[in-house]
Design a protein around this ligand. Structure first.
Ligand code: XMP
Length: 520
């Protein structure tokens, strides 16, 4: 922690659903911040972290209840600006000598309007464009008496102390959530807050790149790093960044399981080996994978076989790289944020596919995770900064088990080839119509049925396929993409004309839930 060069803001999380959005707003202002669950924020932690400002997040608890979460008192003696939001506001008031009461008809959920009662607060500069400003409230309790030293600057019908501040100590408290979309001008509050706290906006991708390179060099020294390169955005950006830091002390292993898309293996290998001059082992193990998958049709069994083989293969190739002490991973910030759990203490969520199946422990390797502090769009920005082609950075996600889970039923070489070709035509259509960037993920699934058709004067008996295209923010929920009928018709015609083996095209209009994005 101590080798950071930029000023840092600490967000103490009390479990609000929208805490990550606070971090997003601040990062947009080029301010570096970290979210930490309140349980982890001790006095010693605060001293080590040395924040330039602190934000206390919202949360589902009630400060009135015994044992409800609190930040350490030291937060208020650090001498840095503190902003309390919703629960954070209430906890602040209670700890500093004010009072909080239960709702009794004063709960507020959703849109509300705050009226400015005093124009002298710097935090509000440029915020009240009119007398009233729309905000988003979500609270049961409310502050009934403000702490000594505080004054009121804004009220709403159900929150008389909607905006309060102790300007001598730079403590600010708001009942609403400025980080959400429904507080349209909320960014201004954050802008004012970080300006007041003296942040210079030094969190730029250029600065991040330099700092990350310095840290990688410090961590790795003269040792060797291995990286499982999938060709996805995260592992690609991590690999290029690490390569920039330590050059040929990095070796990437690209495990080709024979379940990649049309030309994908060639594209990845050409780009990294030829364009970036990056030491890359192309582990072409398609025979092994397809052999083990032969005759398997159960989705979970397919996934287990692929996952297990992936680890074996990676281990085999990695063992040949002399002196490897580190494993690089493209872990992102949302994967490492510890979420606040009120029952069992903080819990860490790490997506299983980011952690290469317990490999680091198994192989006695230490981890290098240079993207741990970044959100997905920041990784893309870093990719741009590092000169990765835009077409590569903007690619749709592709699952680890690859085409295996887009080929329901048994996987055969001819089916995979038909699937690859159909998928290539479909993606080409989407690109031609300039729809690629509007869509989270699009692909073809080849169905385990053959249907009768007629082409020319002849009868055909070929496979049917399903097109899938969804919009999503994080892959957790998704909607099908509303293509025009013209687009769908044109695409079906192209696939049937250009791909031998398919004579029927369907469009999957299931959202998630109840469906999943992939077919298996
Ligand atoms: P589902 O099908 O569960 O997929 O709605 C959600 C997102 O996750 C991707 N996905 C995977 N990614 N390994 C991965 O790296 C996997 O095993 C895996 N399974 C699904 C899927 O493509 C979608 O983006």
């Amino acid at each position: 922690m101590t080798n950071q060069i930029h000023a840092r803001l600490l967000i103490i999380d009390f479990g609000s659903q929208v805490t990550q959005l606070i971090a997003r707003r601040l990062r947009e202002l080029n301010v570096y911040c970290e979210i930490h669950p309140y349980q982890n924020v001790t006095e010693a932690f605060l001293k080590d972290f040395a924040p330039k400002a602190v934000i206390l997040s919202g949360g589902p608890a009630s400060v009135i209840d015994e044992g409800s979460p609190r930040p350490p008192k030291a937060v208020f003696t650090l001498g840095v600006p503190v902003l309390g939001i919703c629960y954070g506001q209430q906890v602040m008031m209670q700890m500093l000598g004010g009072m909080v009461e239960r709702g009794h008809g004063t709960a507020e959920f959703g849109r509300a309007y705050v009226t400015q009662t005093d124009a002298r607060l710097d935090l509000l500069n440029g915020w009240f464009l009119e007398d009233k400003e729309q905000v988003w409230m979500s609270h049961g309790d409310h502050v009934s008496a403000i702490a000594p030293g505080f004054e009121v600057y804004g009220t709403s019908p159900n929150a008389p102390f909607a905006i309060t501040a102790d300007t001598a100590r730079n403590f600010f408290a708001v009942q609403f959530h400025p980080e959400v979309h429904h507080t349209p001008n909320g960014k201004t509050l954050y802008e004012n807050f970080v300006r007041l706290a003296g942040f210079s906006g030094d969190w730029t991708m250029g600065a991040y790149r330099e700092e990350a390179i310095r840290k990688i060099r410090e961590q790795v020294g003269d040792d060797h790093v291995i990286c499982a390169l999938s060709g996805g955005v995260d592992s690609s950006v991590a690999a290029v960044l690490i390569h920039e830091a330590i050059g040929d002390q990095l070796t990437c292993v690209f495990v080709d399981h024979g379940l990649l898309r049309h030309n994908e293996a060639e594209e990845v290998v050409t780009m990294f080996r030829d364009h970036y001059n990056l030491p890359l082992i192309h582990a072409n193990e398609s025979e092994l994978f397809l052999g083990e998958l032969d005759g398997v049709s159960d989705p979970e069994t397919k996934r287990k076989i692929i996952g297990g083989l992936f680890i074996d293969v990676f281990q085999k190739y990695a063992a040949e790289i002399e002196g490897a002490k580190f494993l690089a991973q493209g872990t992102l910030y949302p994967d490492v944020i510890e979420s606040v759990s009120f029952s069992g203490g903080p819990s860490v969520t790490i997506k299983s596919h980011h952690n290469v199946g317990g490999l680091p422990e198994k192989m006695g390797l230490k981890l290098v995770e240079p993207l741990r502090e970044l959100f997905k769009d920041e990784v893309r920005a870093l990719g741009h900064e590092l000169g990765l082609p835009a077409s590569f950075i903007g690619r749709h996600p592709f699952p680890g088990p690859g085409l295996a889970i887009r080929c329901p039923g048994e996987i055969t070489l001819p089916k995979l080839e038909i699937l690859r070709q159909a998928d290539a035509v479909y993606i080409d259509q989407i690109r031609r119509h300039a729809l690629y960037d509007e869509i989270w993920q699009a692909f073809v699934a080849i169905l385990p049925v053959r249907t009768v058709g007629v082409m020319g004067d002849g009868r055909t008996y070929d496979y049917a396929c399903a097109l899938r295209a969804v919009t999503s923010v994080d892959g957790m929920t998704a909607d099908y993409y509303p293509f025009s009928h013209e687009f769908l018709g044109e695409t079906a015609t192209r696939i049937i004309n250009e791909v031998e083996g398919i004579n029927r095209v369907t469009y999957d209009i299931t959202s998630k839930p109840p469906g999943t994005i992939e077919w298996e």
